[in-house]
Design a protein around this ligand. Structure first.
Ligand code: SF4
Length: 129
């Protein structure tokens, strides 16, 4: 039997980084930017979902795959989306990829690449690419 393939377009894949005030939060943010620039999905507004802004909620409902990137185990992006009633399809914690949390707000490029590549592989598998 042929494997079922996801036909989602990048615009239907919404990416929510926590964008927190730490290296790992900013790595999450930059990884979402990179994935968007590379056509793997579309970075979206976690703060709008957290604020229950109606347009943001409706746009998120229209997404076919929701991706959350949290910097650390406090898991703010995950909690924000779940609090608004959304299920997360792909999830990554930056600190689980061997990157330690600190308070440097300039995200090192190799760390951004590591997180972006990790998620790009997972999204591509989901899309059957
Ligand atoms: S998940 Fe961690 S890094 Fe991200 S906003 Fe929350 S506390 Fe900050």
């Amino acid at each position: 039997m042929e494997e079922e393939k996801c036909l989602c377009q990048p615009s239907e894949i919404l990416i929510f980084p926590c964008s927190g005030g730490s290296n790992v939060g900013q790595i999450a943010n930059e990884a979402a930017v990179r994935l968007t620039q590379n056509g793997m999905g579309k970075m979206f507004c976690l703060a709008g979902v957290g604020g229950h802004v109606s347009g943001m909620i409706e746009s998120t409902k229209a997404g076919k795959i929701l991706v959350a990137i949290d910097g650390c185990s406090v898991a703010c992006a995950k909690k924000t989306l779940e609090h608004a009633g959304f299920n997360i399809d792909e999830y990554v914690l930056v600190t689980n990829l061997g990157i330690e949390k600190n308070h440097d707000l300039i995200p090192p490029l190799p760390d951004v690449t590591k997180v972006a590549n990790h998620l790009a592989d997972r999204i591509a598998k989901r899309r059957g690419l």
